[in-house]
Design a protein around this ligand. Structure first.
Ligand code: AMP
Ligand code: MG
Length: 485
């Protein structure tokens, strides 16, 4: 491949001009590739291996813009911790859209690529640690079979960024189905121009919900589809103990992918009110609050869509409220199905649902490890070994579980298979992530590569995973995570 052999499209730039600003990344002085995701490059058919090393580095640093490419920064707004703000890509540039062999259209975006008209007071840059953090957690989420943006590469810029201390600057190449957010709709709504809103609705339907084009009431069908998709996504997060940490409306992508990995973290000990983010003082985005917050964000989206839902505002409001109200039952249904799967129970009934909630109650009281409790249940049918399980309440629960499994009319193998597909053997535990990032800060990428490889097949087990499966010792516990902006 020569330097400009590939062609990136830009359908986004056909939206009304208010939605973006065309500009290129700010060149950096001395870029170096820290990590490149060959497997992903191959999967999406964006193979850069024929480029000279210099050109490849220059491309991933934003120093080389292929001919015919029209980079842009996207405009958006959003509620951050409940407060409305004008935002936009303040430190990201969309290089263009790449068509994968699967036919999927993918955004290629640089994060940390310099100032834009939306940078407000910020420097437009990113530090190495947080970009590696996004890389490892997004790739782990993908391996966990959870919709997510992906990470193609991290380069250092050769320049420093200044946060509390001086840190090495870096740029992440993010691959996403798109970067349209609830906040993009909030931004469109500010213009109070139906044509602008209609253009965004049509674009989103074209790009992500083509089946809706056949429908009569397209904006309503779109809202319904998005509600369903977000209920699915949050159910996945709950399944693996993922806490996003900043579920602001600008961080909710309407592709249905998990996006914007900042202070996100996986829970070790089960606790519904678990929070890691240093900026989430009120616990707004705590583990068990995530479904409520998704619904809150969806309500903000519905408000934006009112003018296109119906000419008569009262009717539009009634339609939106009806759909929003459906979220609770929809989510609850998905959540119970997911929890039953974690217990290997196919049958939908109250006894099975109660088993799920009662186990969580016990785990909460006994401060059990979320991931490992389910792993232990998969090990054997008799009560699992270990001091924590030598508890009357647990034993009673376990006997009920066994009796429900017997009522399954299915061989135990098929229940076990259901559990194996629902319960990860390994998650990116905070202390292992921090350990890898601290080593990377000292130019030792070995632990980072080992961590990536341990997280590659999280539904398989093996001795090599042992160091990544143990909960942190008291002195290893990570109490807080940071967004690194
Ligand atoms: P985030 O917390 O990463 O979702 O970012 C929230 C908003 O702040 C987005 O509009 C970002 O583009 C912007 N932002 C974050 N960090 C920076 C930075 N260093 N320079 C400029 N804008 C930033
Ligand atoms: Mg964001």
């Amino acid at each position: 491949m020569t330097d400009t052999d590939f062609h990136l499209e830009s359908t986004y730039s056909r939206l009304p001009e208010v939605f973006f600003s065309k500009l290129s990344p700010t060149p950096v002085s001395d870029p170096e590739i820290v990590i490149f995701n060959d497997k992903l490059a191959c999967e999406i058919g964006w193979d850069l291996s024929d480029m000279s090393e210099d050109s490849r580095v220059a491309l991933l640093a934003g120093n080389l813009i292929p001919d015919g490419t029209e980079p842009l920064a996207q405009a958006y707004a959003g509620h951050q911790f409940g407060h409305f703000t004008m935002l936009g890509d303040g430190r990201a540039i969309l290089l263009g859209e790449h068509l994968a062999p699967s036919g999927q259209r993918l955004d290629i975006q640089f994060k940390g690529s310099g100032r834009t008209p939306y940078s407000r007071g910020g420097d437009g840059r990113a530090a190495l640690g947080p970009m590696l953090r996004e890389y490892v957690i997004s790739e782990a989420m993908h391996a966990l079979k959870i919709p997510t943006t992906r990470s193609l590469a991290v380069v250092t810029t050769g320049e420093k960024v200044y946060r509390e201390t001086e840190l090495p600057g870096a740029i992440l190449t993010r691959i996403a189905s798109s970067h349209i957010r609830v906040g993009t709709f909030q931004y469109a709504a500010l213009h109070e121009d139906k044509a602008i809103m209609k253009a965004l609705v049509d674009y989103l339907i074209d790009r992500h919900f083509p089946l809706i084009k056949e429908k009569e009431d397209q904006p309503l069908a779109l809202l319904e589809a998005i509600i369903e998709q977000q209920a699915d996504l949050i159910t996945h997060w709950m399944r693996v103990g993922f806490i996003h940490g900043v579920m602001n409306t600008d961080n909710m992508a309407l592709s249905g992918e998990t996006i914007d990995y900042g202070p996100c973290a996986f829970m070790d000990t089960f606790g519904p009110d678990t929070v890691f983010s240093s900026i989430d003082h009120g616990g707004r985005y705590a583990y068990a609050n995530q479904p409520n917050l998704a619904q809150w964000n969806l309500a903000r989206l519905a408000e934006c869509l009112l003018p296109v839902l119906d000419e008569k505002i009262d009717k539009a409001k009634a339609m939106a409220e009806d759909v929003l109200r459906s979220f609770d039952a929809l989510f609850q249904g998905k959540w119970f199905t997911m929890m039953r799967s974690k217990l290997g129970l196919h049958k939908e009934n109250t006894d099975n649902n109660d088993l799920a909630t009662d186990l969580l109650d016990w785990m909460h009281e006994s401060e059990a490890d979320f991931t490992n409790t389910f792993l232990d249940l998969m090990k054997e049918q008799t009560p699992p070994k270990g001091a924590a399980y030598n508890d009357e309440k647990f034993k009673q629960w376990h006997a009920r579980w066994e009796s429900q499994l017997e009522k399954e009319d299915q061989p135990f193998e098929s229940c076990l298979a259901l559990m194996q597909n629902s319960n990860p053997t390994v998650i990116p535990r905070n202390h292992k992530v921090e350990e890898a990032l601290q080593a990377a800060d000292k130019d030792d990428l070995q632990p980072f590569h080992e961590l990536l490889s341990a997280l590659d097949k999280p539904y398989e087990n093996g001795d090599q995973l042992k160091p990544y499966q143990s909960p942190p010792k008291p002195d290893e516990k990570v109490q807080q995570t940071f967004c690194g902006t």
